[in-house]
Design a protein around this ligand. Sequence first.
Ligand code: ADP
Ligand code: NA
Length: 330
Amino acid sequence: SAKPRIFSGIQPSADSLHIGNYIGAIQQWKGMQDDFDAIFCIVDLHAITVPQDPAGLRDATRTLAVQYIAAGIDPERSTMFVQSQVPAHAQLAWVLNTITGFGEAGRMTQFKDKSARQGADAASVGLFTYPILMAADILLYDTEQVPVGDDQKQHVELARDLAQRFNSRFGETFVVPKPRIQQETARIYDLQTPTAKMSKSAATDSGIVWMLDEPTKVAKKIRSAVTDTGREVRFDREEKPGVSNLLAILSAVRGTTIPALEAEYEGRGYGDFKRDVADAVVAEFAPIRERTLELQADPAEVDRILQRSAERANALASAKLAAVHERVGL
Ligand code: ADP
Ligand code: NA
């Protein structure tokens, strides 16, 4: 098709997405489905770069697929598949491994962070080569743009470097992708520590709103979010990180600009504001949660959807892999 290709993915590394994933990824993707030829992957091969529980991973993979659909990714319009069902990802990653410098891979800051957390000896080689697998994910599909948070920018740069290097060594084969960095207000922080990015891997989850939390729990977490001294509802990440985070959330779920919200809450206290944020998030998530539970009751249908999408992905990916093998003499 003539529409530019985008590719993005999320690891099935938790039982639910959180509101950061929703605002920073799913909501953005949802809005791109008309203008782009979109491929959204559930990157289970990436998830096993840290220790996993096999049954837990299998459940999380299907739940993530269900959440994509329930939150508005349309498998009729977009390709939505599980990475391990398309063998070309691991196969292309192997070839790309052979053109990646050891030092180049060693400069990836996410590996440094994650391996420091695990202890250098506990970190696997798979964790080290994670960005090369991610490059394969992107390059297999002639991806033009990669919607990501700015923490993934270095990995997309590596994918660009590898595409250019392969093309110049072996002949034009890959499209050189560009990162499409999410807006600053699409980054959501922990409700209890609003200077830290909301993350699945946080030590406690009192500051995380899970998309599958019960509505009363969602409301309670938001109403107990840390705010700041003062009473003004104003966007200022330095002085008012808690209020700014809630403004970013309300702006995203209501589709209202932040200045319009600041005007709306002028002269009103934090109490009103937090109650409205809670109501808006509950209104957004409750139907998604219900749809998720419905779809979870029909795993065979979910598997059929994933199977159809994997077939399309496989056709694209295996053609690209064949061209790569031919180029390098395999
Ligand atoms: P986590 O950091 O919770 O493990 P992932 O790294 O799996 O989440 O991220 C999946 C997607 O969600 C990525 O596109 C990422 O940019 C986005 N994302 C993750 N956390 C946030 C957040 N706190 N705010 C906005 N977007 C986020
Ligand atoms: Na992560």
